[in-house]
Design a protein. Sequence first.
Lengths: 47, 194
Amino acid sequence: MEQLYTKTSPQCKLVTASEETVRFLLDYSKSLSIVEADGMTIENNLN
Amino acid sequence: MELLQAKDATLIQKYTQGDERALEVLINRYNTRLSSFIYSKVFDKEITEDIFQDTFVKVIRTLKRGKYNEEGKFLPWVIRIAHNLIIDHFRKSNRMPRYEMGEEYSLFSIMQDGSLNAEHQLIQDQITEDLASLIRQLPEDQQKVLQMRMYQEMSFKEIAERTGVSINTALGRMRYALINLRRLIEEHSIVLTN
């Protein structure tokens, strides 16, 4: 005999980060320059 | 177009070589998955945006420093960073995660996760028992792979190392384990849902 179980649907919400946030990250990435010299790491953020 | 179809590892390589478009593809590829993961913990759209942003700032800095060595597992790595930032967020705000009633989330659905009511507990126990008995009918090597993958959440690389076989063999065993399980489920006319 087939065993039947009740079914409950999972509840979740799909969320997406805004275009502004994505744009900020892309601009941040473009402006960030990391240079390693003599064991030192130098981060430059060129705005 | 070519970038959109590229694998994560390729995109990371291109990005570390200076192709900024590769980062855009990566962010857009995982935007919804990562944001939804964060939102499922903090239940606040603004905090989600902040943590999403901080996560990718860390990703960008790590990639630009050439410190990334996750061997193709980009999403789990990003999720781990986000998870740590979520913990930091709750530590700073000195409070536990909060749960709100709404269209998407019901307090009762969350409470249900922690303590199932008597009927659901019975069903859950029955499912666990049925599944365990089905798994016991599989050949031993398939049982092992299934348990390591599903219950211990090990990667196929780890399973291969632990069992002393190649990754392809481990994948093959998993495949046959699932095929055999489906066959057994059909034979026994079992519906495994709660």
